[in-house]
Design a binder for this molecule. Structure first.
Ligand code: FES
Length: 273
């Protein structure tokens, strides 16, 4: 059993939990994820590791309350336990040797972008973080990004936080300013990552994205998380979740992601009743 040591609402729909999981904490690396089950008959859901503390044996997860499983998780409180907390899974991000990086986070994707920015900062890279939210009420991890970035550009769709506009506008402005990035790392909604990649392709800047498709076993057995990358089938759970964004078929990923919307809506209704 994996005890919830801390629970904090970061905004009305996003929650942070610190979980007691010493074996996962011992091996965790940025870019990896866990799969949890809140109860015996709960759904298995992947979540990226937002932070870890090897000495305390804890792993931090940040999740958006979007479906039945995350509603069930969010109903638990400090002192309660999860039935399963399997990991670390996936391939760690390759961050060594990067000197100057733009980290682009969108919405709850910032929970995944933050540990990446933090690790790059620890490795001595110059980090420019571009973080975007729909509005100021949805902002998470503002101080955390400021602490690990040489520069933070804040964007919101409605102009209630930072500048009004899209993260792609901010990234293009930084590139045009003359910033030469070794790499852009983009993590957020599929449509955001697609357009970041379209932009960086024009400027010929290597771009890594973190893909978060539906996962079932998380070990490469079920095929549920398959993606097309460079014309080949890849499994996000074992080959990723990081991929070369210029090779990912985003349109296919968006289509596959929408296939389960009705099913998820029914599950959410059942969880509410
Ligand atoms: Fe089953 Fe990736 S989740 S193959």
């Amino acid at each position: 059993m994996y005890k919830i040591l801390e629970k904090e609402a970061l905004n009305p729909t996003v929650t942070k939990m610190v979980i007691e999981a010493p074996l996962v904490a011992h091996k965790a690396q940025p870019g990896q994820f866990i799969i949890f089950r809140a109860s015996e008959d709960g759904e298995r859901v992947p979540l990226t590791i937002a932070d870890y503390d090897r000495e305390k044996g804890t792993v931090t997860i940040i999740f958006q309350i979007v479906g039945a499983a995350t509603m069930e998780l969010n109903a638990l409180n400090e002192g309660d336990s999860l039935v399963d907390f399997v990991g670390p899974l996936g391939t760690p991000s390759h961050l060594d040797g990067l000197k100057k990086v733009a980290v682009v986070g969108g919405g709850v994707g910032c929970a995944i972008a933050y540990p990446t920015a933090k690790k790059l900062h620890e490795l001595g890279a110059e980090v420019h973080s571009i973080v975007g939210f729909r509005n100021k009420d949805l902002v998470i991890l503002e101080k955390e990004f400021e602490a690990v970035s040489n520069r933070v550009v804040k964007m919101s769709d409605d102009g209630t936080w930072g500048e009004k506009g899209l993260v792609t506008n901010a990234l293009e402005a930084l590139i045009k300013e003359g910033n030469q990035y070794d790499e852009v790392i983009a993590i957020g909604p599929l449509v955001m990552m697609k357009f970041v990649c379209k932009l960086t392709k024009e400027y010929n800047i290597k771009t890594t994205v973190s893909m978060n498709p539906i996962m079932i076993d998380g070990t490469g057995m079920c095929g549920g998380c398959r993606l097309t990358v460079g014309g080949e089938t890849k499994f996000a759970c074992v080959d990723g979740p990081d991929f070369d964004g210029h090779l990912v078929d985003f349109d296919e990923a968006m289509h596959r992601g929408s296939m389960y919307r009705d099913f998820e809506a029914h599950a959410r209704e059942a969880e509410c009743n």
